[in-house]
Design a binder for this molecule. Structure first.
Ligand code: NI
Length: 173
């Protein structure tokens, strides 16, 4: 396994739409392993292809509780096929926005179809943090980011704070 570099906003790749994978190869499996390693190292609970500069419709996640067993998941060519009318407010962050968080409203439950790492088609319902993460990561595959779900004022604030944070990190080096 190898760790990959996580792209930080406003990297242009984060705004591009990713392509379907369709055929899962050894390269896909290697990519998934690398993405999981990169996500755990960050640490984060989800990571999508475009965040490591790979414009493929793949994401990894692990929303298991910190004191529980790890639950590494790989989603290939995921599609949301249903979302609840009920929405829920939750704080979100993103590995492409280090140190930034915002409350985001999204459907509380969703059903997604996807291929697992063996290429088997799955359909699964998600709720709570899992539903949140699945929606956030599928957004990434469409070039959409969590800041697109908040007010313009809040978005500008996050952009400014992130720029400042990254500047400080560079100066610390
Ligand atoms: Ni993200």
């Amino acid at each position: 396994m190898a760790k990959r570099k996580i792209l930080i906003f406003p990297n242009a790749s984060l705004r591009r739409k990713a392509e379907r994978v369709v055929k899962i190869t050894d390269r896909t499996r290697k990519l998934a392993e690398d993405m999981l390693e990169t996500m755990y190292d960050a640490p984060g609970i989800g990571l999508a292809g475009p965040q490591v500069g790979v414009m493929q419709r793949i994401f990894v996640m692990d929303c298991s509780p910190k004191d529980g067993d790890a639950d590494p998941r790989v989603f290939i060519d995921p599609e949301l096929v249903w979302e609840s009318d009920e929405v829920e407010k939750r704080e979100e962050g993103c590995l492409s926005f280090p140190g930034q968080f915002a409350d985001v409203f999204r459907p509380a439950k969703v059903v997604a179809t996807f291929l697992d790492i063996d290429g088997d088609p799955k359909e699964e319902e998600f709720e709570g943090i899992h539903a949140r993460c699945v929606q956030h990561e599928i957004d990434h595959l469409n070039g959409k980011l969590f800041i697109d779900h908040v007010s313009l004022v809040k978005r500008q604030l996050i952009k400014r704070k992130l720029a400042k944070e990254m500047q400080e990190r560079r100066e610390r080096k």
